[in-house]
Design a protein around this ligand. Structure first.
Ligand code: GLN
Length: 242
């Protein structure tokens, strides 16, 4: 779709299962960033008892506990429309449990290996150290104007990338994908994953704009008051961490 045709469709998947860390806020941020271009955006909520539409431009998956994570994986694996949308080139942004679901495999609360959807070349196992909880700060490896990406992480599993997936940042503080990885997230085609909660896009507008450019060709916003304010808050936060 081109953005002049109609509104940008942002599909928030299973907020009732994968919304425990405020990640649903990523949908709000994307819609607000679209509105700053004077283009309309529609946020489509898909709860766990509803069918996924194939007509989204962007699909969002959040973090969640191990039980809901398995349930969301079961539901998504039976959703041909989700696979269809990815094949058509829709953009997917997934956080933590969502990231793990999109990979090849992950472990559940009982330590059992579970199949993922195999959308991203990543394997998740128990993390190689204490549960990763706290601030996550990384140097961006994406072509965006913001040098640092910041979020909050909370995960007991860790992820190893392989094949075609590339990390989105080099970890400066916190754990990211795993203790020995020193990177966060994954980018593979139009699928972008991270361990950053926050919600991630509220803390990193340049990342939100990057997703919108990839999804529907909107040019990143620069110099608007909201972006400037966020840059200021981000640098204050970084100073307080050092
Ligand atoms: N259950 C997963 C883990 O602990 C995901 C947690 C999350 O989404 N924050 O690794």
């Amino acid at each position: 779709m081109t953005v002049s045709d109609s509104s940008v469709r942002i599909v928030l998947l299973y907020p009732d299962l994968l919304g425990t860390y405020g990640d649903s806020g990523n949908a709000t941020i994307l819609a607000k960033r679209v509105a700053l271009h004077d283009i309309s955006a529609e946020v489509v909520l898909v709860h766990s008892d509803e069918t996924v539409t194939a007509e989204g431009d962007i699909y969002l998956l959040g973090g969640g506990e191990d039980g809901p994570q398995n349930y969301a994986r079961d539901l998504l694996s039976k959703e041909p429309n989700f696979a269809r949308a990815i094949d058509k080139g829709a953009l997917v942004f997934a956080v933590c449990a969502g990231f793990q679901i999109l990979g090849d495999s992950y472990v559940d609360a009982r330590g059992e290996i579970q199949s993922g959807l195999g959308v991203v070349d990543a394997k998740t196992r128990r993390i190689k150290g204490d549960r990763a909880v706290g601030e996550l700060l990384g140097e961006s490896l994406l072509p965006i104007s913001q040098r640092l990406l910041s979020g909050f992480e909370n995960h007991g599993s860790g992820t190893t990338l392989f094949g075609r997936s590339q990390p989105i940042s080099r970890t400066l503080r916190g754990v990211g994908n795993d203790y020995d990885a020193h990177v966060d997230g994954a980018l593979q085609g139009n699928v972008l994953c991270t361990y950053m909660h926050g919600p991630a896009l509220a803390r990193n507008y340049a990342l939100a704009d990057y997703l919108l450019e990839k999804a529907v060709g909107l040019k990143p916003l620069e110099g608007d008051w909201l972006t400037e304010l966020q840059m200021k808050l981000l640098s204050e936060r970084i100073e307080s961490l050092s």
